[in-house]
Design a protein around this ligand. Structure first.
Ligand SMILES: [Zn+2]
Ligand SMILES: [Zn+2]
Length: 336
């Protein structure tokens, strides 16, 4: 596995947040009150992140997607339309976050994990610029890949190749299944991401594919989809779960949007978003930031605690760091 990037050896002062935690659904024995607060509180599981994401999905489906029947054969016009609106979506969200934090610096360095800037004049990145390189891999490779998955989804549903589970004709059962799949979509993302990500950290795939994403030790909003083509194809394959389970294309679209938008918080480079002088909103990005910093930990997300289960959880504390170091040493000894 790779050695820590030289950027990590910096002695620059870093912002150290409270230790990263897992969602209360991972607690055993269960803690009902905490679970309730996490589900319905602010910020919590539903609000604002997943409700906003669902809002984006519904607006996209209702106003910005051609009628399903017109997508039963692959045609350039509707695929180009999907591509254009997906590029616009990413430009607005990633570009907006980049402008807010890194161009206009509206939050300065408050709650910024590291004071190190995004790389400029670095031969590790295309055009010698981390931001331009990240934008290139996002807009030229990432967005077309997830647009491809989206196009296959509509084509499959329009032709009856997908949505084939027979739950009878009862609309109550249909909408209950629809809602349940919306509710568990972030968990599906978390589980698929964990295993795909661990696969990407095997020696050969890391070297040839995933190392591209890890050039971003200091992360910014455009780093989310700074990935190799193979990683994009594997990463967005999470929608296949919805191809197998969903009865409505919106479930699949929501799963794609989770993969495209949800990790934005993990790549902002900031722990909290401040609004005015007092309001501070924890964006929950510390978990994945630690992965970029220490590589061999936190492969999943804080929603489903597979990292805890498989001993790869790092909460940012010195104790976690010592455990990780011991694990790496033991692994190196075993493979020596
Ligand atoms: Zn990342
Ligand atoms: Zn990784």
């Amino acid at each position: 596995m790779p050695d820590a990037n030289p950027q990590n050896k910096s002695t620059e002062k870093e912002w150290s947040p409270e230790p990263a935690t897992l969602a209360p659904i991972n607690s055993w024995p269960p803690r009902p009150l905490k679970l309730f607060k996490w589900l319905f509180g602010f910020p919590g599981f539903l609000w604002p992140e997943n409700i906003l994401l669902l809002g984006i999905t519904l607006i996209t489906w209702i106003f910005l997607t051609p009628d399903l029947n017109t997508m039963s054969t692959f045609e350039v016009w509707w695929i180009a339309l999907l591509l254009a609106r997906n590029i616009a979506l990413i430009l607005i969200l990633y570009g907006g976050a980049h402008l807010y934090f890194y161009v206009y610096k509206l939050q300065s360095n408050s709650f910024k994990f590291t004071k190190q800037p995004l790389a400029t004049d670095s031969s590790r990145f295309l055009f010698k610029s981390q931001v331009l390189d990240n934008m290139f891999h996002t807009l030229v490779i990432g967005v077309p890949v997830f647009t491809g998955y989206e196009a296959i989804t509509y084509w499959g549903f329009a032709n009856g190749y997908l949505g084939f589970i027979d739950l009878g004709t009862n609309p109550v059962v249909f909408w209950c299944w629809f809602s349940l799949l919306l509710l568990v979509a972030p968990m599906i993302h978390s589980i698929v991401f964990y295993f795909v990500h661990r696969l990407l950290h095997t020696r050969s795939l890391y070297k040839s594919v995933h190392s591209l994403h890890h050039r971003n030790v200091v992360v910014g909003p455009w780093s989310v989809l700074d990935m190799h083509l193979v990683e994009h194809v594997l990463y967005f394959s999470t929608v296949v779960v919805q191809w197998l389970l969903a009865l409505h294309p919106v479930n699949a679209l929501f799963q794609i949007h989770i993969a495209a938008i949800y990790p934005l918080t993990g790549h902002l480079g900031y722990e909290k978003l401040t609004i005015g002088d007092k309001e501070k909103y924890d964006v929950g990005g510390y978990f994945h930031y630690l992965h970029h910093k220490f590589f061999e930990c936190n492969y999943g997300t804080g929603v489903v605690g597979l990292d805890k289960l498989f001993g790869t959880f790092h909460d940012g504390s010195k104790a976690s760091q010592a455990t990780l170091r011991d694990q790496i040493r033991a692994k190196r000894k075993a493979t020596a």
